[in-house]
Design a protein around this ligand. Structure first.
Ligand SMILES: [Zn+2]
Length: 452
């Protein structure tokens, strides 16, 4: 395969190159200055492929899957009525009872396929295990992981969305099923995920954290928490306990190479500078491999609701400011799309570039350098957070594995009554991509996923 007239990462827009790739080995065989004859043709831009560090594989598109003419289940009656978090939890629980294998494969395939179109070649995919779904979602996840193996690395996270201790909510049964799944699907499941905040009391939340940490060490898995998802100052932040539990389990020695991710963490937005400094210091002093994942599309929708006596004018943003975590506190952080098309996040798409674009406004981050860092948050930093550093393509060179995203700039805008067509704006810099992402039709992933 020969690709011509390309602007490469790290090179100026005036230098164009051709890349030759061997289909047999998926290696780059040559990179050389372009021989493209028409130097006035708009060049294509090469950028790294994208990553979802946090996406739910079993519950996308519950609100938008209209399975007309099929025998797949329908969820239309579960559309939000008040849009609250408790309603989202209750309706998603009802939806789970309807999951079938064919339905999980259909919606999961749609999620992965749309993501690949957007330029995603790796993802951490959460699959729920509890007394209702049992192993249905993991089994579908494994099938999907194999189905898309060449186009997208699907890293499966066995996920306890429901309580694993609260006795009134099938805690013990859920916990046993998760533990059973880790044995049964050894090698397929790479991450253990849990949701301490669904337990209720602070004491049970801490038990949940301790159990998950201990179990991840025992099974040599990465660890992922949905954590501190609140804007209530009175609620005790559990992140301190995560740090303690990791130290207590001697994570850095006993789970070498395994990463820890904490997602949402909206409660941290209420921390003082001193508290944030202390948290960052504790993490760094203990050399804990923790990354924070901001999930703005869900957080903005769910958090910061006005109180009943307020007319609705005050809506705090309540999503983790990941650029400050990186720049100011030198913490590892990135952003993810979390949910798409369900009651937790009825809006948005699977496109990480659109997510990064949203963050320009949310984080008030308008410089080209900010845009470049936001791009890192949906590519290299996201991959590193979930332990897929070996998939990060740091440079394009002869002999290297080919895996990158090409953004074409040859689009013409066709307006009836306007002849000739109008050439679309060229997107040349990374900031161009983040400030106003290119359409999916302009994106093409080149190469295959090969994980060592
Ligand atoms: Zn999530």
């Amino acid at each position: 395969m020969l690709l011509t007239n390309l602007i490469l990462p790290g090179c100026g827009a005036e230098d164009k190159f051709d890349i030759q790739i061997s289909d047999a080995t998926n290696k780059i065989t040559t990179i050389q200055p372009t021989s493209h004859a028409h130097l006035t043709d708009p060049p294509s831009r090469v950028i790294p492929t994208l990553c979802h560090p946090h996406v739910h594989l079993d519950k996308p598109f519950l609100l938008t899957s209209h399975n007309t003419g099929t025998d797949l289940p329908n969820y239309i009656d579960l559309a939000p009525q008040d849009g609250s978090f408790s309603e989202a939890l209750a309706n998603t629980s009802k939806a789970k009872e309807r999951y079938t294998h064919a339905d999980l494969i259909r919606r999961g395939s749609q999620l992965i396929a749309e993501s690949i179109q957007a330029g995603v070649t790796s993802m951490r995919a959460f699959v729920e295990i509890d007394h209702v779904t049992r192993f249905k979602c993991v089994e579908a996840g494994i099938e999907l992981k194999r189905k898309f193996a060449e186009q997208c690395y699907v890293q499966l996270c066995a996920f306890a969305q429901d309580p694993v201790f609260n006795a009134e909510k099938h805690g013990e049964e859920n916990r046993q099923l998760v533990e059973e799944a880790l044995e049964k699907f050894k090698g397929e499941v790479e991450v253990l995920g849990s949701t301490p905040y669904v337990e209720g009391s602070e004491e049970l939340q801490k038990k949940n954290v301790e159990w998950a940490t201990r179990t991840a060490v025992e099974h040599q898995l990465h660890l992922d928490f949905h954590l501190d998802y609140t804007l209530d100052r009175k609620s005790e932040p559990i992140v301190w306990h995560v740090v303690q539990a990791l130290k207590g389990q001697k994570w850095t020695q006993k789970a070498k190479g395994k990463k820890v991710v904490v997602g949402h963490c909206t409660r941290l937005t209420l921390f003082t500078t001193d508290e944030m400094t202390t948290l960052a210091k504790q993490i760094k002093d203990a050399e804990l491999p923790i990354s924070f994942v901001g999930l703005p599309t869900s957080d903005l929708f769910m958090m910061g609701r006005p109180s009943e006596d307020d007319w609705g004018g005050s809506r705090p943003k309540g999503t983790l400011p990941v650029l400050e975590l990186i720049n100011r506190f030198k913490l590892n952080a990135c952003i993810g799309i979390n949910n798409v098309g369900n009651a937790f996040t009825p809006w948005g798409s699977v496109d990480p570039l659109r997510l990064a674009s949203l963050c320009v406004g949310v984080y008030q981050a308008g410089t080209p350098r900010d845009a470049e860092l936001l791009f890192e948050c949906i590519s290299a930093l996201a991959q590193s957070a979930i332990g897929l550093d070996d998939l990060v393509v740091r440079s394009l060179k002869d002999g290297a594995d080919a895996l990158f995203l090409v953004i074409s700039n040859d689009k013409m805008i066709n307006i009836i009554g306007q002849n000739p067509c109008i050439p679309a704006r060229q997107r040349v810099s990374v900031a161009d991509m983040v400030w106003d992402p290119p359409e999916l039709q302009q994106r093409r992933v080149i190469g295959k996923v090969r994980k060592s």
